[in-house]
Write a protein that binds this ligand. Sequence first.
Ligand code: NAP
Length: 389
Amino acid sequence: MTNDRMPKDRVNDYSKAIIDERLEFLRKQSGSALEHIGNYTVDPEESKGNIENIIGFSQVPIGIIGPLLINGEYASGEYYVPLSTIEGAVVMSYNRGAKLITASGGAKTRVYRDGIQRAPVFILKDMDAAKAFTEFLTRNFAVLKSEAESTTSTGKLKDIQIFPLGKAVYVRLEYYTGDAMGMNMITKATMQLVSWILRNFPVEEYFLESNMAVDKKPSYMNFICGRGKSVTAEIVITKKNVERFLGTTPDKIFRMYRYGHIGCSMSGVIGGNLQYANALAAIFLACGQDLGNISESSTGANLVDLTPEGDLYFSVTLPSLIVATVGGGTSLPTQKNCLDIIGCYGTGKVMKFAEIVAASVLAGELSLCGAVCHEDWTASHEKYGRNRI
Ligand code: NAP
């Protein structure tokens, strides 16, 4: 360790000179040449607003799956989906699921709800004041809406849910945010709305967020009420294709699903799925989504059934999928490239992106069901998921 200090007070400097200076400090500190972190092809200036104190770019491999056939309202046709991961066998597994879906006529996808929340809490003098406050909020919805929407050309306040608790009132504000995930947009809008409240009602104290939003945490609230895009994908797969692609039967997958759901209940899992987080982490990383939101996005449940003909019905439902095709990390260079691969960069694309994510999640669930039922799980990880050490 040296006594040198990290260069200070220039957290928003993206020049090559400051990056070299920071790296030099870290080389001395760590005794490592750090020869890869500072080697990149993109312009660091492009990451302004996404990172501070920049020292370089991490290079995570990107694989591709497909063709994945989707019959959605917004996504229609065959897609090749980029997955960025360091877990061997993940891309193989999703690719097998994609091929099965395509051979079975495609996944049907639907977005059935859209809205993201900010949830301030207000502390009043006592519970009578809290009751009067809830009435005040309901009465003034139109004003609150117009105050919030004065800060954004895209955001719309859709709904207010009010939860009184003693002298406190928790307020869950739900917004439409277009193609952006919207948390910066609605934080600004909510601050404007709160300022109007403070001028018009005697509030003792408030906090802009009460944790009821519920941002970046798994919760029953998000699972039941939804957050971001609520999206579902379903498919019916013939007995023949289940045997051909997964080496098992619809019956066995159905029994596995029943025992798996009991396992989820016993362990307190919210929802019930096998590996939604794997698809989400890999697509989020490739396509410039906020990785912190994998937490609530992966809270979803499978529904598995047998048709009267003995074929397999399988659906995935993600009630709180947080995705964007505008803003956040979506215009970072490699991330934009990946969104371009699926035709999902920019305005008017977020619903299509949500459907592609759901269909990819379905591919992974089907493939892993096959691996667990057919017992080729360990073998495939041995073959693809082991590194040179
Ligand atoms: P943003 O990059 O801060 O802003 C996106 C802006 O793009 C919108 O405000 C909107 O401006 C404009 N826009 C242009 N075309 C649009 C379109 N078609 N649809 C929607 N907006 C359009 O993005 P954000 O989604 O508000 O925030 C995302 C970032 O917030 C992520 O980086 C995430 O990591 C971070 N985040 C913040 C918090 C927080 O508490 N602040 C929490 C979690 C995550 P107008 O509003 O003028 O229309």
